[in-house]
Ligand binder design. Structure first.
Ligand code: 7PM
Length: 287
């Protein structure tokens, strides 16, 4: 049986898990921590869990094209009160979406049990030490270029080969710093320095990549991303639900074991259909 080990539990990967996205990005009046911000994040988390979320992923730094980096201090003041409030009331595993070790450490101290690093240890390798010390889960996502240039990288020729090579490097760095294989999850980083065709290729051939890394589970996040908008006559993010679900189904079918999404309820239904199809033809009694 496949498992993913976090600091607080062992997650079964028998069926794909749904990771719900909870953004704690600032409004112009606040750098976070206000009661109303924390309370609305808590309510959102509760709704997503009621909808079937297995993990809540909390992020305080936008990696949107053109956004500027926030300081570790600002990011901590945004996310830590939210992590603490949710961890205190709810037993669902919390993941912290950050590429700064100071933020990761503060969030883990507040109750996060998974570190989700969109840089795959490229921006701050000390993330690995925080994961090792606390025995948290560790998501190593593939991305290209420095923070400010992540979305403007000249395309590489062979994306499958590049992602595989970078996974080897990230996973090796993590293991070298004391993270065990059971803590690590790999993520193809849809939308980060890839062309439309390369995003599609990564999802369509995900099974091939997974076959090269049989020891690690794979996470895929396509939800509302711009490649979907491009395929749907420039649909804005709030009009990308069907596209998000279709791409989630393909990723699930091709072996992804964690899906990172905005629309939890709908994705849970997709997972049910894909799982049923995966088990078809085994002569079980009709459900
Ligand atoms: C703007 C651009 C806002 C991109 C938000 C994003 C992933 C992630 C993100 C992913 C993992 C988003 C992204 N994407 N972490 N964090 N995998 N592990 O659409 O694909 O949420 S940020």
């Amino acid at each position: 049986m496949r498992i993913w080990r976090t600091s607080r539990r062992e997650l079964s990967l028998e069926r794909p898990l749904v990771m719900a996205i909870l953004n704690v990005t600032p409004d112009s009046f606040s750098d976070g921590g206000r009661f109303s911000d924390v309370d609305s994040a808590l309510k959102q988390a509760e709704q997503m869990i009621a909808d079937g979320a297995d993990i809540v992923d909390i992020g305080g730094e936008s990696t949107r094209p053109g956004s500027s980096r926030v300081s570790a201090e600002d990011e901590i003041s945004r996310v830590v009160p939210v992590v603490a409030a949710i961890a205190k009331r709810i037993d669902t595993p919390i993941s912290i979406d950050t590429s700064k070790s100071e933020v990761a450490r503060a969030a883990v101290d507040a109750g996060a049990e998974i570190i989700n690093d969109i840089s795959g240890l490229r921006f701050d390798e000390r993330i690995a030490a925080v994961a090792a010390e606390n025995k948290t889960g560790l998501v190593l996502m593939h991305s290209r270029g420095e923070f400010d240039a992540m979305h403007s990288q000249p395309p590489v020729d062979d994306i499958m080969a590049e992602v595989a090579a970078d996974f080897r490097r990230s996973a090796w760095l993590a293991v070298e710093d004391g993270v065990t294989a059971e803590q690590i999850v790999l993520d193809i980083g849809i939308g980060f320095g890839k062309t439309l065709d390369q995003n599609l290729e990564l999802i369509a051939k995900l099974d091939k990549l997974i076959a090269d890394f049989p020891q690690f589970p794979f996470l895929v996040g396509t939800s509302r991303k711009s490649f979907i908008g491009k395929l749907l006559d420039d649909a804005p993010p709030d009009k990308r639900l069907s596209g998000s679900l279709a791409s989630a189904a393909i990723a699930d079918w091709n072996g992804a074991t964690i899906l990172r999404v905005h629309d939890v309820k709908e994705t849970v239904e997709v997972v049910k259909i894909v799982s049923a199809a995966k088990h078809a033809g085994k002569n079980e009694i009709d459900g």
